[in-house]
Design a protein around this ligand. Structure first.
Ligand code: GAL
Length: 374
């Protein structure tokens, strides 16, 4: 009797210590958290996620931001392929969108105005006559609550956005779960709820350079976008409402093309965008939205999403004034973004897919950035 009791006790101890060790191993090896500073009285942390291949993803809860992505080239040489700063001050004082989550409405809303059920809403303007990426105080510039997800290589960020923040209706709760998989995928799962009908367009604004962030331009990257059409813009980069076929234009990336191949053409849309800065209408029958391949390193980035569009922006506004990881400068066209999204200005474009969120219904969307080599 006594013996049995002891045996059970010992077994339980072994089990408990095993579980604890297992938990420790997971927390210790998969997600590490360290202080990154403080912003407006809130603590900001830096999270380091390491996968089974030893590749590293760093995140911060300031702006729910991707800070650093270290992946190998075809010879196994690892390099950071995304723009980011080494300090929180860099994020606060530098370019507001490097790797951050943008919302409530990613991309532009014309004149910073829209009408919903007969009520007109006026937003904070921050881009000429328009509102860009949720306004100056958008979700890229706030501290999100952070939680390391137990037993997974994941971090969950949550932000409560008050009614009328930057002019948008509804108290919203937004969350994004980042998972760094053993196959070098960054999975981004967004969930948003509201207590009032509103608009929503949430995405990540990471810049990529597959031969290494801060090491030259991206004109030598080969791009495929599974889109038969794009949405042309006016001089303030607001879509005109037209959905124009890409066939026969420099916007045809349905087969792999170097980004630099046609960027210099005297095409009206390229001139208006200062290069590529346009929303592509994704062919939803294709599993992959876009693929980027950099021939020298062999690195490949694939983008998978359930959203209807992707903004291909090739860093036309970069000017070398921002210094990031390793003291490297981010020059003109040295990074590209593939921001999965609803179409820009869709609250004012009745023919575009609606980016509406209703109370009582969870809005969910998922995008994956998958890295590999060939
Ligand atoms: C992109 C947008 C560009 C530019 C950039 C931020 O999403 O398409 O026009 O505003 O963000 O500098």
């Amino acid at each position: 009797m006594k013996n049995t009791g002891l045996t059970v006790f010992a077994a339980a101890l072994v089990l408990i210590s095993g579980l604890t060790a297992c938990n420790n191993v997971k927390t210790k090896d998969m997600v590490k958290s360290e202080p990154f500073g403080e912003f407006k009285g809130s603590e900001v942390s830096l999270f380091t996620l390491t996968n089974s291949a030893g590749n590293v993803l760093k995140l911060t809860n300031y702006g729910a931001t991707i800070v650093y992505i270290e992946v190998p080239d075809r010879n196994g040489e690892k390099e950071n392929v995304t723009f980011g700063y080494e300090t929180l001050e860099g994020y606060i004082n530098g370019d507001p969108y490097f790797g951050s989550v943008v919302g409530r409405y990613a991309n532009r809303i014309g004149q910073g105005r829209f009408t919903l059920d007969g009520v007109e809403y006026s937003l904070s303007l921050n881009n000429g006559p328009n509102t860009l990426h949720g306004g100056p105080g958008g979700w890229h510039s706030v501290v999100w609550d952070a939680e390391i997800v137990t037993g997974a290589n994941s971090v969950k960020f949550t932000y409560n956005s008050p009614d009328m923040e930057e002019g948008y209706p509804g108290n919203m709760e937004a969350s994004v779960v980042y998972t760094w998989t053993d196959s070098n995928e960054i999975m981004m799962e967004y969930t948003v709820t509201t207590d009032k009908k509103s608009v929503i367009n949430i995405t990540n604004h990471a810049y990529f350079n597959l031969h290494g962030a801060g090491t030259g331009d991206i004109l030598d990257h080969q791009l495929t976008i599974n889109a038969q059409a794009f949405t042309p813009v006016d001089s303030t980069l607001i879509p005109t409402g037209e959905i124009r076929p890409v066939a026969g234009t420099p916007f045809d990336f349905t087969t792999p093309r170097l980004i630099g191949e046609r960027i210099g053409e005297q095409d009206e849309q390229l001139l208006l965008g200062g290069g590529y800065d346009h929303n592509f209408v994704l062919d939803k029958s294709q599993p992959v939205a876009a693929t980027v391949y950099e021939p020298v390193s062999g690195r490949v980035l694939e983008v998978v999403t359930d959203l209807p569009g992707v903004q291909f922006y090739c860093g036309n506004f970069l000017d070398g004034t921002q210094t990031g990881h390793g003291g490297l400068k981010y020059e003109y066209r040295s990074g590209l973004c593939l921001e999965t999204q609803f179409f820009p200005d869709s609250p004012n474009k009745p023919d575009f897919p609606p980016a509406i969120i209703e109370p009582g219904k969870e809005f969910k969307t998922k995008t994956v950035y998958r890295f590999s080599v060939k």
